[in-house]
Design a protein around this ligand. Structure first.
Ligand SMILES: [Zn+2]
Length: 345
């Protein structure tokens, strides 16, 4: 995810040529062993792409080429790999004309609106640089590296320019590319449905705000295979576009602890920066909203009737209004409509 004041970052950005790097000198370190593994994978994938290319050539020349596995790879594994490795969807650089990414004093990089943006307007539509399955058994470094070696030089650069946290302090980012890739992935990955997570280099420049402090929201659209970002409220030219990384119906202390642990920054958003008395009032509203949502869940279990459920939705709406927490308007309206429909008989 985006940069923030206390986020740890590499002083020097690296632009590793991942594949070339793999053919370097063999070292006795884990990384050394890993590089050979990745090199083997790179060769396998190169052979697989070649195989795929041949398979999809003009059917009139079927005998043109029979792809063969690389030495040490069984024909069976090779065939499986060729089948599995469909050409990846190319990454298209999205239209980012609604904002410009600049250094914001004390905050790292951030996205600033280049024009007035109306509530509900589309701010960004971006396909993933790559995705990996959520349910990976064991260390996800290998599947991440598999994806990275298939990227172009510019795409690798876009990836390695992203910020990261939780990179082991005793390691050098330049020398430990796989660990660096893992840290970047974990800091920036966004869910793309129930099964996958992906990297979106432009969207990753949006900083975080809690409760009423964010002005854009993002969602994954499976039918478009894109992440879309819409303005939640009117945004003036020159204002920062801020989204939210987490459900922020928690108290300030809880939110800050979570954000510090997962994203490596101390949140100083407009809500977290409120004076203590106002912050306390905000915390109370957010806690009340959370408990109302728990009560509302009872309707799903048929423990309360439709009238009670609608009353709860009304209360949530009112308190969220007070708090300035407007991002759930859509889902609240949908819930109310659903209740009405369910009780229409
Ligand atoms: Zn905050």
């Amino acid at each position: 995810m985006p940069t923030q004041a206390e986020r740890k970052r590499a002083q020097t950005r690296v632009k590793p040529n991942v594949v070339a790097r793999k053919s370097g000198k063999r070292k006795s370190s884990t990384f050394g062993a890993f590089t050979w593994e990745v090199l083997a994978f790179a060769l396998l994938i190169a052979a697989a792409s070649l195989g795929y290319h041949y398979f999809n050539q003009d059917k009139a020349a079927p005998e043109a080429a029979t792809p063969a596995p690389a030495k040490g790879v069984t024909q069976e594994d090779f065939n499986a790999k060729v089948k599995e490795e469909a050409p990846r969807a190319p990454y298209t650089i999205p239209d980012t004309s609604a904002f410009t990414v600049i250094e914001i004093p004390g905050k790292g990089k951030g996205a600033i609106a280049t024009r007035d943006i109306k509530q509900g307007e589309l701010v960004l539509r971006e396909g993933p640089l790559f995705t990996i399955p959520k349910a990976i058994k064991g260390n996800p470094t290998e599947p991440i590296m598999q994806k990275i070696i298939q990227l172009t030089g510019e795409e690798q650069e876009a990836f390695f320019n992203l910020s990261y946290v939780n990179f082991p302090e005793h390691l050098s980012p330049q020398a430990h590319v796989a660990q660096l890739a893992l840290a970047i992935f974990q800091t920036n990955a966004v869910s793309t449905g129930p099964e996958e997570v992906g990297i979106f280099p432009s969207m990753a420049r949006l900083n975080h705000g809690c409760s009423s402090a964010f002005n854009v929201v993002y969602m994954w659209r499976p039918e478009e295979q894109s992440l879309v970002v819409h303005a939640l409220k009117d945004v003036k030219k020159g204002e920062e576009l801020i989204t939210t990384y987490t459900n922020t119906k928690k108290t300030r202390d809880q939110r800050r602890a979570f954000l510090q642990q997962h994203y490596g920054f101390h949140c100083t958003c407009a809500v977290c920066s409120l004076p203590d008395d106002l912050s306390k009032a905000s915390d109370e509203r957010l806690t009340t909203i959370s408990s109302l949502y728990e009560k509302f869940a009872a309707w799903g279990r048929e423990e309360i009737d439709g009238a009670e459920a609608v009353e709860i939705i009304r209360q949530i709406w009112r308190i969220e209004d007070e708090e300035g927490y407007t991002s759930e308007r859509g889902s609240l309206s949908a819930d109310a409509a659903w209740i009405a429909a369910s009780h229409s008989e």
